[in-house]
Design a protein around this ligand. Sequence first.
Ligand SMILES: *Cc1c(COP(=O)(O)O)cnc(C)c1O
Length: 356
Amino acid sequence: MSSIKHLARETVQALTPYLSARRIGGTGDVWLNANESPDCSEYQLDSSKLNRYPEFQPHSLITAYADYAAVKHSQVLSTRGADESIEILIRTFCEPSADSILICPPTYGMYAISAETCGVAIEEVALADNFDVDYQAVENSVTKVDSQVKLVFLCAPNNPTGNILDRQKLIALLQATKGKALIVADEAYIEFCPKLSQADLIAQYENLVITRTLSKAFALAAIRCGFTLAQESVIEMLSKVIAPYPVPAPVAQIATQALSKDGLAVMFERVKILNNNRQLLQDALQDIDCVTEIFQATGNFLLVRFKDSVKVFAAFAKNGIIMRDFANKPRLKNCIRITIGTEAEMQATLTTLNSL
Ligand SMILES: *Cc1c(COP(=O)(O)O)cnc(C)c1O
């Protein structure tokens, strides 16, 4: 028996850590389990000032992201991936053992994990039958007299179902929850459907927060760089809680290059290619016998329900194709999430399915 285990906080002792795609692992050459981009760009690194602490929020990085997202410089905070943004929001707005966050499952797993590690309760309002947000139920939950909900996490495109937000219903929710809770729209995949961003609503709604990342469409998962967009009042509060030097200088340098005119052009081209590959996959899946349902195609992934996902998953694994299994999640029986990769990787995926 370990002699230190009992020293950890009770919530930590009881915690099941987030099983990231990387931790689950798998063997093979075709990595379609973590919604990463299949390609990688080259970057320059200036190491002449690595002896110095970096700027709190590197000016050129924040300016570049603000320009890209069409918000003000003062409305952007850079974090260690969008995951850190989620955690900082909870640590800033939720009192441990008192307040709660609201999530709409099935959705991204880190909201719940971060809340748990912070000792913050989780309220669930399940997605509707079609996996859209149940706006009325969310509003009822936040506005009821004894509600402790401070943060509502809405993921759009939703990982893993691909559902998006209804702008008018979001606006109504923002109005109804004003002064009671913040609505966080997680736009990790918004580059794949940029017209559906809600970032422009930040100008009007103080209780809207948008989280973004360079891990998906920007093909920079390794550098751990994300952004929070919100009005100045929110950014100021978050800045009190975040670490003193949250953005490593090499990360800022690479991210700034990715957000330059040339860097953005590479990203836009990648999105075009991946959205095209997704369409190819989606069209071909319609004609495959073991497929029973294809979820909404909005990000660089596609959730697919099969007649027998265990058999399908095993066939992929045998051919060195690593996918993300959702079959054990409530309401996602027999579902596998396929990351959109290169055209060759999509063909390999289809070849395996056609061989069943
Ligand atoms: C991948 C992902 C994130 C995490 O992004 P990082 O910047 O890599 O931490 C956040 N939200 C959703 C919905 C994601 O799929």
